[in-house]
Design a binder for this molecule. Structure first.
Ligand SMILES: *Cc1c(COP(=O)(O)O)cnc(C)c1O
Length: 387
């Protein structure tokens, strides 16, 4: 396999000026990451600050309703409410041990910005968060949280003033400040080595879940493992340690948007074609001429026109089945899990729960382990607007 590739996908499609910090990061992954000092500090922080291991939870009521055994891996119980902290804390500690004192990140809905700011505060580093000016207004509560925890927010006024403009501006900042600054990438995508680095920090989800499930089920593995796929970080974390288990069916759920014919979606594996975006070769939603198409999902964290390259590869080799769930199916799952189990899931995670609900006929009698990537308190405003 070519370095930095997963089959035909991945690579480093970036301006040459960005090579030095990526090479420096790759070096740190070989020297600092495996060191006893890093591993001990990271493990302790995951335990004391994040609250790991996160539980797995059996859902007795919904299991009975659906005629299957539904289990949840509870990343919603992590400090700051989702899986993102596993990655930002890992990259933050790595950057600190590399001698950097600034964590730079871009954010759309603000969740990755918040997780980066939390990590920076814990590690006594500075957080600089790039956000499209439109998003700064739309996502005021997250902007407030970030400022409270000490982040500098840079509102980007160029282009459409949203996520992709924030990414471009943040990359320029990294070019000029690479001595002091680490670019804390938010998902298992982007140029090599980010997809591998982010997987390294998120694979703890399946490491724990696999052991926890077997301990509760007389050594048996689950029949089906499910996660939602935006950029792909909670999913690759949930899949990684199950990939060698041939008996386990693995399902990635992309967002279909409204589900109407011709609507914008966030499902590049199901509806996209091969292309290059944000430094990687992957599956993209694009026109025939290679212009990126707008994406849509009711779940802000899934609203991305690309996907991490390892998912494109797992799809190509047929190891993972990728499918879609639309907005209204996700809203239904949001309500059903809240009502039947007293757990309010993030709208992103609701897509994974909806898979079990919508496919209950084929899943009769099976054990289904779903990654609950985050909690849904943040989404009550979106729901209020709709209902
Ligand atoms: C950000 C987010 C996602 C999507 O990101 P991935 O990198 O695909 O995991 C999913 N769920 C929650 C709760 C999120 O905050």
């Amino acid at each position: 396999m070519k370095k930095g590739y997963f089959g035909d996908f991945g690579g480093q499609f970036i301006p040459e000026l960005l090579m030095p910090p990526l090479i420096e990061l790759e070096e740190a992954m070989k020297t600092i990451l495996p060191s006893e000092e890093f591993q001990t500090r990271f493990t302790n922080m995951l335990k004391e600050n994040v609250g790991r291991p996160s539980a797995i939870t059996y859902c007795p009521n919904l299991s009975k309703d659906l005629g299957l055994d539904l289990w949840l891996k509870r990343e919603d119980l992590n400090h700051s409410g989702a899986h993102k902290i596993n990655n930002t804390l890992g990259q933050g500690l790595l950057a600190k041990m590399m001698g950097k004192d600034v964590l730079l990140a871009e954010t759309g809905a603000g969740m990755h910005g918040v997780a980066t700011t939390v990590a920076a505060a814990m590690l006594d580093m500075k957080a600089v968060i790039y956000m499209g000016a439109t998003d700064v207004v739309r996502q005021a509560p997250n902007v407030g949280r970030m400022r409270l925890m000490g982040a500098e927010i840079v509102a980007v006024e160029s282009g459409t003033k949203t996520l992709k403009d924030a990414i471009n501006a943040a990359l320029r900042r990294w070019l000029s400040d690479q001595e002091t600054t680490h670019y804390c990438f938010g998902t298992a995508a982007g140029p090599h080595p980010f997809p591998t680095l982010v997987r390294e920090f998120q694979q703890i989800i399946s490491k724990e879940a696999r052991e926890q499930f077997m301990a509760r089920n007389e050594g048996k593995l689950p029949d089906v493992v499910v996660a939602c796929v935006g950029g792909g970080s909670n999913a690759i974390g949930m899949f990684h340690n199950f990939v060698p288990d041939e008996s386990v069916r693995i399902v990635g759920v992309e967002a279909a948007g409204t589900g109407e014919p011709g609507c914008y979606s966030s499902a590049p594996i199901d509806h996209g074609t091969d292309g290059v975006l944000h430094g990687m070769m992957t599956k993209l939603l694009q026109t025939k001429d290679g212009q990126i198409e707008p994406s849509h999902s009711i779940a802000p964290g899934l609203d991305y026109p690309g996907v991490g390259p390892e998912h494109a590869h797992l799809d190509a080799i047929g190891r993972v089945d990728y499918t879609t769930i639309n907005d209204s199916q996700a809203i239904n799952a949001f309500k059903v899990l809240s009502r039947r189990e007293g757990i309010i899931p993030a709208l992103e995670s609701s897509h994974a729960v909806a898979y079990a609900i919508e496919n209950r006929e084929q899943l009769q009698g099976k054990s289904v382990l779903v990654c609950l990537s985050g909690r849904g308190d943040k989404d009550l405003g979106i729901l209020d607007q709709i209902l």
